[in-house]
Design a protein around this ligand. Sequence first.
Ligand SMILES: Cc1cc2nc3c(=O)[nH]c(=O)nc-3n(C[C@H](O)[C@H](O)[C@H](O)COP(=O)(O)O)c2cc1C
Length: 352
Amino acid sequence: MIERSHVLSILEMAVYAPSGDNSQPWEFKIGPDFIEIFNLPDRDNAFYNYEQRGSLVAHGALLENICIAAPAQGYRTIINLFPLGEENNLVARVEFHPTESVRHPLLEAIKARTTNRKLYRKDKPLTGEQVHLLQEAHPDYSAGRVFLVDDRTQMDLLGKAVSVNEVVALENKKLHDIFFQGIVWTAEEEKEKKRGLYLKTMELPLPMAKIFPLFKRWPIVNVLNKIGFAKMAAKGNASIYSSGSAIGLVVIPSRSAIDYIWAGRLMQRTWLTATQLGLSFQPVTGVLFLMQRILTGATEGLEDKHIKALSSSYEVIKRAFNINNETAAILFRVGYGDFPSARSSRLPPRII
Ligand SMILES: Cc1cc2nc3c(=O)[nH]c(=O)nc-3n(C[C@H](O)[C@H](O)[C@H](O)COP(=O)(O)O)c2cc1C
């Protein structure tokens, strides 16, 4: 038997995991000596979250938090992924076995971790030791790998490649609408909803922050695009993405559901390790998730010119990280940045 108060403490830590647009796509069932974790497929937007791959990454991060938080409550964990098959919303059953209580070295980083979308320093490289700790953050390497690129020319190319997402997101009405509907505009709204992408965490420079609500309206963006608005926005973001000390990629053997859970676990370990090292971190994933659609032929709703642009960006990413048959799951940048202007909230764990 496990004590309910212990499980609740573990779950309260677990839900600090990152999720696409802070969607928190999970709920929990508590059994006598296990918990079950369910995916909520409608929580995250369906276009980027193709076949729930984004939500599965978030679940991987959640599971990693559970493994790190449980020993402090006196449990070791055994994870059984998809006990009812990969199509079922039951993502994992996690068994808890009593053990000596120990604090995991990454425990404090769980709540300290955050997405930092500020410009990072370009003049401060990572040390060899830091690169080693980040690339080898997860003790189980068999399910994938994390690789960092710190060559400035490559980083500039990568920054440009991943910013193609903004061109597509601002030139495609459907993606534009999805993006703006997901934004939480005010501190009050953020406090009440506790999920969604909080405007203040987007770190928009002041003039842009003031006029940004206007861009909610598609006709305005559509007209501005005729004079290159989307491309200008992408150019600005490209220099933010390539700022920092390195750009990293989580690579998994296949695009199976289980491998995407592993991508989340690897990403989270790397992110927590970065946090512990005092480094800032931002996943930049739009191109990779749209590419999952293109690679499987699910291109409905995407224009040909965008499919072409995304595909050439993907080639740049593959070349930079030397990928052939593996799957590029999560791209991120890491480096030294000022503290973020705001943090996003969490809903308490929903127990069913
Ligand atoms: C699968 C996945 C994809 C994400 N993609 C992006 C991204 O492309 N750009 C970005 O700025 N943040 C991205 N994030 C970060 C989330 O927006 C962030 O985790 C969430 O809003 C909660 O904020 P927090 O990380 O500060 O707790 C992603 C997170 C996950 C799990």
